[in-house]
Ligand binder design. Sequence first.
Ligand code: FES
Length: 145
Amino acid sequence: MRAIAEGLKGQEGALLPILHALNERFGYVDDQAVPVIAEVLNLSRAEVHGVLSFYHDFRRAPAGRVTVKVCRAEACQSVGAMALIERICGRHGIALGDTSTAGVTIEPVYCLGNCACAPAAMVNGRLHGRLDAGKLDRIVGEAQE
Ligand code: FES
């Protein structure tokens, strides 16, 4: 963590590039990174934590084996994305942003560039559109096999 932060600290607005680099490298940004980044950038821990928690891009814990990113931007919301999210979260017994004991992580995203085929979701990096609860259940179930 420190090596990544030190390596990027010279960039303008280095905090975001450092957080992105940590997220990319470890798959999430561990809470232990906050004091390290604060020290390297001479910021307060609260400042680093504020930015980290503001952006949905940064995962705060390791993801499960199956990652479901459900779009909740406008076009998808207008055709039932929120009901879809409620259903998939309910089925796995978790809140949006959490990981089930079976290793399914469900996260919100804000437009997958697939608005014409809303509602859309990405399952393990693969884009799916015109979803309904049954179709998304099936796709997630297949990804779990
Ligand atoms: S709004 Fe959902 S894919 Fe664009």
